[in-house]
Design a protein around this ligand. Structure first.
Ligand SMILES: O=C(O)CCC(=O)C(=O)O
Length: 268
């Protein structure tokens, strides 16, 4: 595989400012067509295999009508690991958040089948046992994804609103946030080419469209957090489960840095 993930993506100060203002950004051609073509069949193969075996991966999973989600696919294959651990992607994450270094929280392969339902409005940080505002998700389609196929939507600037109720992804979150959003700013959504990516803050209010096409929406998401982040006392069941699954062997109060959370980029 001809991959050179150590090459740097050229990010402008304007783009960093845009991310920090809006809580999300679309970046084009973050991975090349060759890089995506090489990794896509490996990732999709693992999704299909794991879904067929009915593995829950130790997590609460009630997402099946929206998408099939398989986490930490990097552990299953050396080439996928090279892709997920790419310094290029982690460097972008650190630059957008304005931090010195980032660790991997986990990856998620997210396949929305034809006819897959919309992903309700939600904020990710509700799920994560991470005592920081500096979390970010790179959401990269492995096939071209239009809005009709289930690309994401973001409420501009919602990452700085702290008055929202904390809710899991559900019909309740959809109903609550739909009401809240009516009084809010602009909603942005994009069509993406395979290898483009959106980056969004763990506090950004976001959703995804239904897949109204007859093709599968195949996506890999990689979640990063600022190096030096501690694990708080989990205050909901999701955070407790995620602490056990994504920071194995770790306890509240410790630096979040288990063997599943390698330092993927550091300026030091
Ligand atoms: O892919 C989706 O439908 C939702 C993904 C999502 O919410 C996320 O990556 O934070």
């Amino acid at each position: 595989m001809n991959q050179s993930f150590s090459t740097t993506y050229s990010l402008s100060q304007n783009q960093v400012g845009q991310y920090q203002r809006d809580g999300h950004i679309l970046l084009e051609n973050v991975a090349s067509k060759d890089e995506v073509d090489a990794v896509r069949p490996l990732i999709v193969g693992i999704v299909d295999e794991t879904a067929k075996a009915g593995e829950t991966q130790g997590r609460i999973s009630d997402y099946s009508k929206m998408f099939t989600q398989i986490t930490n696919v990097w552990r299953r294959d050396a080439s996928i690991k090279e892709f997920i651990h790419a310094r290029r992607f982690a460097h972008i994450a650190a630059d957008l958040m304005g931090v010195k270094g980032v660790r991997l929280y986990h990856d998620q392969a997210l396949v929305k089948e034809p006819g897959g339902k919309p992903t309700p409005w939600h904020q990710d940080y509700y799920y994560w046992p991470l005592a920081t505002e500096h979390t970010i998700t790179m959401w990269m389609p492995l096939v071209d994804v239009t809005r009709e196929m289930g690309s994401m939507s973001f409420v501009q600037g919602s990452h700085v609103d702290s008055a929202f109720e904390q809710l899991p992804i559900s019909a309740t979150s959809q109903e609550y946030f739909e009401r809240v959003i009516k009084n809010l700013r602009k909603i942005c959504s994009y069509s993406l080419i395979a290898g483009d990516a959106t980056f969004h803050s763990g506090r950004a209010l976001h959703a995804a469209h239904a897949n109204a096409s007859n093709r599968r929406r195949e996506v890999i998401a990689i979640i990063y957090y600022a190096d030096g982040t501690r694990i708080p006392e989990p205050d909901n069941q999701h955070r407790k489960v995620d602490m056990e699954v994504f920071h194995p062997g770790q306890k509240p109060g410790e630096l979040a840095a288990s063997e599943l959370n390698p330092l993927l980029f550091s300026r030091l």
